[in-house]
Ligand binder design. Structure first.
Ligand code: FES
Ligand SMILES: [Fe+2]
Length: 454
């Protein structure tokens, strides 16, 4: 083990303590790019975005620019979006269709398969001595898809995608596999910047439902009308606490290894988490029977909540947002939000869903704004010397983890617990300090064994 930056002393998942330097230290951030982002399976695109040969989409793996390209044989390849001549960003477009990629700096051109095909004035300038076969684009060695989602991984030693996903695939199926036709991305991608560390966003989506009654109090009051929530829209009285409908629900927080988490609750409503009534809500009710036949009752009945597949892919059932928290230094992220819909949904549902997605979780979405304000303020507080030395508490539900016998996988806890957050940071520390995936896997197995006393 190479605990180069002493990350082991910064995360104590067993005691539920974290040193905030993990959110601010530039050296830690550089090590994250190497050890977390260059070794994990990272979301690249949805297959529906690049259906035809020559279709491409540009994205990032960590801070590395990537171009994802549909090949002539229908397969998908991904390349570093960097010209091999002098490092220029090769493709500047967000996406499109092309026969070749030509660099805007000096004109080197590459085929869909990444091979260098043309060099201006090759004969005169290079005397025909340039071996073009050696100067193709840098290929992402591992690209794999799961139910329409395309992932890439730089590390040949990493487990295959489905092994890496583990239990989180069961939860992701509830989002992607409700209907026979699968899913597609509606419209384009919303992109915006938040001044916070990527771990605040990723960890919250994997674990934190505790924030909702306070952070989203106004939304809960307005949208989930009930006497307990003061759904009449009038201000809360002194001493009153907003109370989400799921506070007494049977629920849990899952951690199934590799840092993934699902903060979920059960509901008897097929349209829970939609947050608006109307055609979207009706659609989830109308398609319930098909979803139940495919997924079983628990997931079809909107096993609602939010989820993170480590490190930076998150989604939220119902509002159908799927997002990546692209890191931009220790103090900033770029959020890329995709609206995911069942491919077979009627067009009026798709139109309404795009709007409801933007309303709740677009850049100015009423839930998005609530969440990001917290992360930005914590990041600002951490500019202080003493603030950076003051431990965070991640102890909620510590010691009350359990395994269920009702088919719900992973280690669970009460709805409000930090089990998945502890798992997230444990895995982060394992990746940051372990030399190999063999070591990471051994550390993960040991942590999970200790987590539940059976
Ligand atoms: S940097 Fe691309 S052709 Fe020179
Ligand atoms: Fe939230």
């Amino acid at each position: 083990m190479d605990d180069r930056l002493n990350v082991r002393t910064m995360v104590d998942a067993k005691k539920g303590k974290i040193k905030p330097a993990i959110y601010t230290d530039p050296d830690i951030y550089q090590l994250e790019l190497e050890r977390v982002f260059a070794r994990s399976w990272l979301f690249l695109a949805h297959e529906s975005m690049i259906p035809k040969a020559g279709d491409f989409f540009t994205t990032y793996m960590g801070e590395d620019p990537i171009v994802v390209v549909r090949q002539k044989d229908g397969s998908i390849e991904a390349f570093l979006n960097q010209c091999r001549h002098r490092g220029m960003r090769l493709c500047h477009a967000d996406g499109g269709n092309t026969k070749a990629f030509t660099c805007a700096y000096h004109g080197w051109a590459y085929g869909l398969d990444g091979g260098l095909t043309s060099v201006p004035l090759e004969e005169q300038a290079y005397r025909n001595k340039l071996d073009k076969s050696r100067w193709g684009l840098t290929r992402v060695p591992r690209v794999s898809t799961y139910k329409g989602l395309v992932f890439g991984n730089w590390d040949n030693e990493a487990p295959d995608l489905e092994t890496y996903m583990g239990d989180i695939a069961w939860y992701l199926d509830g989002f992607l596999d409700r209907r026979d036709g699968g899913t597609e991305v509606l419209g384009g991608v919303h992109k915006w910047v938040i001044e916070c560390n990527w771990k605040f966003a990723a960890e919250q989506f994997c674990s934190d439902q505790y924030h909702a009654p306070y952070t989203h109090a106004s939304a809960i009051q307005v949208l989930q009308a009930s006497p307990a929530n003061k759904g009449d829209g009038k201000p809360l009285g002194d001493g009153q606490t907003p109370r989400p409908v799921w506070a007494d629900a049977l629920g849990g927080v899952q951690f199934g290894g590799n840092g993934h988490g699902s903060a979920f609750f059960f509901t008897e409503k097929p349209d829970a988490n939609v947050w608006v009534d109307g055609v979207v809500s009706a659609y989830f009710r109308d398609t319930y029977a098909e979803a139940e036949a495919r997924l079983g009752k628990v997931r079809a009945l909107r096993l609602a909540g939010h989820n993170t597949m480590f490190p930076t892919l998150s989604w939220l059932n119902g509002t159908q947002t799927l997002r990546v928290w692209h890191p931009r230094g220790p103090n900033q992220i770029e959020v890329w939000a995709f609206c995911i819909c069942d491919r077979d949904a009627p067009v009026e549902v798709k139109d309404a869903l795009i709007k409801s997605h933007a309303r709740a979780f677009g850049p100015a979405g009423f839930l998005e704004q609530d969440d990001s304000e917290n992360w930005v303020e914590v990041q600002k507080v951490l500019q202080g010397h003493m603030a950076r030395k003051t431990d965070f508490c991640v102890q909620m539900g510590l010691g009350f983890e359990e395994r269920r016998d009702d088919g719900i996988p992973g280690v669970t806890n009460y709805t409000f617990a930090e089990t998945a957050a502890r798992g997230f940071y444990q895995h982060w520390a394992d990746m940051m300090s372990a030399e190999s995936w063999e070591e990471i896997n051994a550390l993960s197995a040991a942590y999970q064994k200790e987590l539940v006393h059976e």
